[in-house]
Design a protein around this ligand. Structure first.
Ligand code: PLP
Length: 360
């Protein structure tokens, strides 16, 4: 097979795509990926390890992960019979949603937004459409509704709080979108632990609404567990696409154990919110920076006087890894995204940033 023929047996969608890139973080203070910086208390670790010791690795896991699904519903104070679908991270659920759409279906979202929506829509051969957020990163309600009416998207994706901007969208605007959409609306609440807002109460009212969550940002990113709530029809249809054992046995045991310690997880999330406020104050005290609103475990900020690309490189050289957003969207010029870490990590970041700005 010749070089030029090789690509021809593949989906043409792949030609224009790059694999999801993750920055090398070896030896660096890792503030790039919205991870929870806190370990579990020693007692909790010990108890968890004893549970793992008894996990039956020779057996297939419960295909429906029923016990874990029940713990999750309890954790979210959802009804015991609320339909739920578990995924190997919410990324897998985004992929399942895209795979479930008919040929030629359209997916509409906002930009800047979560990059996996575009990636997975494209891989699945769907028509991807995006509306730009307003300059202050709020939802452009009228423009979005107009686009919904023009495109008639089968699927609308909105992350609330949004990544990478960290803000929540106005609730009334979200309801207008759900009401105007001819198909499914997915509200991705990956950052639910760090905000009071949620669309969960709307599920009863809107049969075209799916609410998606994850344990990743709560402190279990390495585990890979996401889930979505929707009505029985959607969950039943999506369940046909799900691989039978997508939630492995170690994840089932560990997630269920962690949710038994929901108080500990909530305490960590509160600590992160406190540190978020402190980090925001420290950033705001540095001149030449514009700090955006946040209801997530990260902060987006703009450097008005220095290149974000250079600051990102300088921070890395000083041992701190953040995410450079410059170049990914016109609204993110000279923007950096920093995850809230421990007080020491945040201080290292602030010291390094100040050092760079003084030297420049
Ligand atoms: C991090 C993130 C996810 C992915 O979560 P996983 O469960 O780790 O796959 C989904 N949506 C948004 C908006 C995110 O920021």
């Amino acid at each position: 097979m010749s070089q030029s023929n090789r690509a021809q047996i593949l989906s043409p969608a792949l030609a224009g795509l790059n694999a999801y890139h993750v920055q090398d973080a070896a030896g660096l203070v890792k503030l790039d990926a919205m991870e929870n910086p806190w370990p579990w208390p020693a007692e909790m670790q010990r108890e968890w390890l004893s549970l793992l010791a008894n996990a039956e690795l020779n057996r297939y896991p419960d295909p429906a992960a029923s016990a874990l699904a029940m713990s999750i519903r309890r954790y979210d104070q959802a009804h015991a019979d609320q339909p739920i679908l578990l995924g190997n991270g919410s990324d897998e659920l985004i992929q399942l949603l895209m795979m479930a759409m008919r040929r030629g279906a359209s997916v509409l979202t906002v930009e800047p937004g979560f990059v996996m929506y575009r990636q997975l829509a494209t891989v699945c051969g769907l028509n991807y459409e995006a509306v730009d957020l307003a300059d202050d990163f709020s939802l452009p309600g009228d423009a979005l509704i107009e686009r919904i009416q023009a495109v008639q998207p089968e699927l609308v994706f909105l992350a609330v709080p949004n990544n990478p901007t960290a803000n929540c969208f106005n609730g009334a605007d979200l309801c207008r979108v759900i009401e105007a959409a001819p198909g499914l609306v997915v509200i991705d609440e990956a950052y639910a632990p760090f905000t009071e807002r949620s669309a969960l109460p709307w599920l009863a009212q809107y049969p075209n609404l799916i609410v998606m969550r994850t344990l990743s940002k709560l402190g279990l990113a390495g585990l890979r567990l996401g889930y979505l709530y929707g009505d029985e029809f959607w969950v039943g249809e999506l369940n046909k696409l799900r691989l039978p054992y997508n939630i492995n046995c170690l994840t089932q045991v560990t997630a269920q154990f962690a949710l038994d310690y929901a108080d500990e997880l909530a305490t960590q999330a509160e600590k992160i919110c406190d540190e978020r406020a402190a980090l925001r104050t420290s950033l705001a005290a540095i001149s030449g920076l514009e700090i955006f609103e946040t209801e997530a475990n990260f902060i987006l900020f703009r450097s008005n006087e220095h290149s974000a690309v250079q600051l990102h490189a300088g921070l890395r050289a000083a041992g701190v890894l953040v995410k450079c957003m410059h170049g990914s969207h016109r609204l993110l010029n000279d923007c950096l995204r920093v995850t809230v870490g421990t007080p020491q990590e945040n201080q290292q970041f602030i010291d390094a940033l100040q050092g760079l700005l003084i030297a420049a």
